[in-house]
Design a protein around this ligand. Structure first.
Ligand code: AMP
Length: 547
């Protein structure tokens, strides 16, 4: 396989020990889901708007999509960038690509041309799936504009209305239609193996721009299985996916894939309208959903004034960003003892509180690894283990955690220790109960309501402005999002940059909206520590003091 060396592999001895212990199993993710097409064909697998799809229909639809994609030349090892909202099309395409052995590169729908172009270039994607227009943004126009610079991108799979015709455009609704009889079922001869990559995901990492991560079937299978056990996912689960299904939290912790692998039902929704989501919980008798703290607090605000029947909820997973203890207690008193704090990262490690943990552990900690095989170390600046209950950087290694980044040896070298531990960039403390508490961060990432913004990427773009001599992006506190981007700028020349101008520049460069700075402060000089190193902590303190 030409792409194997692009994906740093776990040393063979460790990989074999995971297999021998049963942490990694000889299974592929698509088979874990599609086998239900035979076992429970009439059971509802997916709900999206007023469309429902049984497991039998899902298996048949994936079959046909495999055939049609194969006819269009999509082959094992091809990369296919997927930027779709939570929809039946997303699930069908994901499973069809996995079955072919083509690698879906999953992107959040909020990303724009700057981020999409980086990914197209890095992966050399030969196809891209997108929605024509979403939230008044024309994704198709965006991609068509990028295409001349990416001649390898020769197939567009497009969802939505008013699609232009063209031999390089495939209608996603036709590709994923249950009733359509066109197109044959082609079983690819060269079947993907459990040790092969199943999907590519985007992570904020710890420094520099976002990184691509390749997840293998056997490693992601382990993540799904262990998370499903801790979140008590089974065939009776009704999982509501409102956060983007492309994010590891909603995809595999245990997420959409976990619920489908268990033979449960997945309700695909969006986070835009809290009342609509709460109505879905009531109508579909939802048992599980995952939310970032800001989203949960919006829903609790609605529940304070309107009545919705949420009695079906068994587990509410909250994570992606810090949940304040008071917010956790509020959620528990509104929804019952169903709250589960989740702290994890796309690189693999996933921690969670347990449903039978005491209330104070659930409200004040982010739990412990869901996989008993995951190794965690808490170390000081020099890499030595800290004394019990002292804060330090969390390092992690195990069957859930990758060994490095896709096609990025420098970033791998930077973020992983020589013996394979991932340096999370998070500061944690281990409580006497064994649970971890996230107390801070040493990486240059701003966490705006669970959406991560890489400070260095933003700074590099702002530096393109002539009237900016130096710039630093740091997190400032925000009541709803937890954190927002505060820019500190040392101006060049007489006319200082204004926030509006910086935002317009970033917009013209095609940067996603959620990354836009929300405050800008001018400085005569950047605060420094030691021999000229930027003192980001001082800027963060200044940002907190001014809010
Ligand atoms: P990503 O993989 O890009 O989604 O980001 C993972 C990072 O999100 C972690 O390394 C943490 O910095 C942050 N994070 C995730 N969950 C939590 C949580 N429950 N509390 C605090 N930070 C979190």
């Amino acid at each position: 396989m030409p792409d194997r060396p692009e994906i740093p592999g776990i040393p063979e001895e460790r990989a074999q020990s995971y297999r021998a212990a049963g942490w990694w199993r000889p299974e592929t993710l698509h088979e874990l889901v599609l086998r239900h097409g035979k076992g429970i064909p009439d059971k509802c697998a997916l709900v999206s708007g007023d469309r429902r799809m049984t497991y039998g229909e899902l298996a048949a639809t994936v079959d046909r999509a495999v055939g049609r994609l194969s006819e269009r030349g999509v082959r094992r090892g091809d990369k296919v960038t997927v930027q779709l909202p939570n929809s039946i099309e997303f699930v069908v395409l994901l499973l069809a690509l996995m079955r072919i052995g083509a690698l879906p590169m999953l992107l959040l729908p909020t990303l724009r041309s700057y981020e999409v172009e980086r990914v197209l270039k890095l992966t050399g994607s030969r196809a891209m799936a997108l929605t024509h227009r979403m939230r008044r943004f024309d994704h198709l126009a965006m991609v068509q504009e990028l295409r001349p610079r990416h001649p390898h991108l020769d197939l567009l799979l497009v969802a939505g209305e008013e699609l232009p015709s063209g031999s390089d455009i495939v209608d996603m609704s036709e590709l994923c239609s249950t009733s359509s009889t066109s197109g044959c079922s082609v079983v690819p001869i060269d079947q993907p193996q459990p040790q092969d990559a199943a999907a590519l995901l985007l992570s904020s990492g710890t420094s520099g721009p976002p990184k691509v991560i390749a997840r293998t079937h056997e490693s992601l299978g382990h993540v799904i299985r262990t998370n499903s056990a801790v979140a008590r996912i089974d065939a009776d689960t009704v999982y509501l996916a409102v956060m983007p299904a492309a994010h590891a939290f909603t995809l595999s912790c245990p997420g959409t894939l976990g619920a489908l692998a268990a033979g449960g039902r997945v309700v695909l929704g969006s986070a835009e309208d809290p009342r609509r989501a709460l109505r879905l919980i009531e109508q579909e008798r939802v048992t599980h959903f995952a939310a970032v703290p800001g989203l949960l607090s919006q829903w609790l605000d609605v529940l304070d004034v309107d009545r919705f029947d949420t009695s079906s909820l068994a587990v509410v997973q909250v994570g992606g960003a810090r949940l304040e203890p008071a917010a956790a207690e509020r959620a528990r008193s509104a929804l019952g003892p169903v709250v589960q704090q989740v702290y994890g990262m796309t690189e693999g490690l996933c921690n969670a509180t347990r449903l039978d943990d005491p209330a104070d552990v659930v409200s004040s900690s982010q739990g412990r690894p869901v996989s008993a095989a995951e190794e965690v170390l808490i170390v000081d600046d020099g890499g030595a283990p800290v004394p019990p209950e002292h804060p330090g950087q969390l390092l992690t290694r195990g069957p859930a955690t990758v060994a490095g980044y896709y096609r990025d040896a420098a970033a791998t070298e930077n973020a992983f220790t020589a013996d394979g531990f991932y340096r999370t960039g998070d500061l944690v403390r281990q409580l006497p109960s064994g649970d971890l508490q996230v107390v801070g961060r040493i990486k240059n990432v701003i966490n705006r309501g669970g959406e991560k913004i890489c400070a260095e990427e933003l700074e590099q773009l702002v530096r393109e402005l002539d009237n900016v001599a130096e710039v630093a992006a740091v997190a400032g506190p925000h009541p709803m999002h937890g954190e927002i981007v505060c820019l500190y700028v040392v101006p060049a020349g007489d006319v200082s940059p204004e926030l509006r101008e910086v935002r317009l520049h970033l917009e013209s460069r095609g940067v996603a909206r959620y990354k836009m700075p929300e405050r800008l402060e001018l400085l005569d000089a950047m605060p420094l520590i030691g021999v000229g190193k930027l003192d980001r902590a001082a800027l963060r303190e200044a940002a907190a003091a001014r809010s």
